[in-house]
Design a protein around this ligand. Sequence first.
Ligand code: F6P
Length: 479
Amino acid sequence: MASTHGAEVLVASNRGPVSYELLEDGSLRARRGGGGLVSGLSAIGPEAGAVWVCAALGDADREAARRFEGGRRLPSDATGGQQVRMLDIDAAVFADAYNGIANSVLWFVHHMLYQTPLEPVFDAEFRRQWASYEAYNLAFAEALAEEAAEGAAVVVQDYHLTLVPGMLRDFRPDVRIGHFSHTPWAPVDYFRMLPDDIAEQVLRGMLGADRLGFLTRRWADAFTGCCDALVDGLGGTRVGVHGLGADAEFLRERAHRADVDERMAALREEIGTAPDGAPRRTVVRVDRTELSKNIVRGLLAYEQLLEDRPEWRERVTHLAFAYPSRQDLAVYRDYTAEVQRVAQEINDRFGTPGWTPVVLHVRDDFARSLAAYRLADVALVNPIRDGMNLVAKEVPVVSDAGCALVLSREAGAYAELGEDAVVVNPYDVTGTARALHEALTMPAHERAERSKRLAAAATALPPAQWFLDQLTELNGRPD
Ligand code: F6P
């Protein structure tokens, strides 16, 4: 199947670097995606001829895939010069694979999100959706097999595509296959909740790779533990750790553009000043509204702070940005509603005519996020479980005066930032309230020093280097 003109480097991920919107006049508008993977891949530059294979996520993407060479290449002006192949996978198959399996089963397993007295239930409907997950993985494996040059390096991303390495290995024994997990990996006792044959299929699919990458040693060890217990170990597959860092250069430049300044002014209005005229302190959180982010307990901890320490009333504002994520799933929509309800409850209970204790924004606005980062006195990052959490890394890099970081020990970022953060057990609301007080009262010089060290640790492995390191390792150095 190898093409003589095939690509030497390929990336595969569910979400690609660009997505489309269908305008009323029937034209398509492209929106380039952000995030670590997009900037990481751009490091190798369009001249390297890398190909990025991704799925069409919605109707407009599917339309684009059909219009532009049947999805074989999207117009390069929309992709920043990168070669992108967008797979027009049947909408129902995609929905089963993405919403049904990837987000409702594998995400739940790795983040340990089930309320186990009632869920999960692996029934006939699950088996039907699993068949779609297999078909969706097969579509990727076939496209990669077709695009790859002899001996190419293929780097597959995330839990959506766990079966791809094994499938691709069968099609193309000549290529070098890497897989990178951006999520945690579940400990074996939790992972084996999956039906035995499915658990085995996932592990064997991943083990089709030459090398597997994880964000921290903890997740890598959990994967190895699953393989030792369930499939006789790793075989010849190597496992490595690459702690994706923040892109300091990009963030600092982007955070000082005019649109960010405008939003800082607007946020300052919303925050207001304390009755004595002093600027109010800020506790900032920015998340996609995912069930693992623990936004509700974060709000409850802030409420507890206001309750236990009345001296903070009127003197602090919590900027909580909870941006929509996976709104096709009812459980995500319900969670968003709960976040809004609890924020409102706190404002009703403690708010005064001149003070809104929680300023909650739910409309995604990157410039406003950066503005909040710059204003942050305290960053609150308290997920119940998180692969890395880049917000924890970004705020210290961007904050103007240095910020104190309240960080969950269950975030991957804890491995690199734990020493200079105020560390919390994410389930302990009282403990988190205490940590917020400690962070708010941290002496300015200590806060600045810690923030500087946090920023250094956060930027140790920028996205471009993160990606290149994986390619180098895939090209042969044993771990
Ligand atoms: O943050 C973890 C992660 O798995 C990323 O690697 C990935 O980009 C994202 O979540 C997937 O989210 P979505 O469902 O919005 O594409």
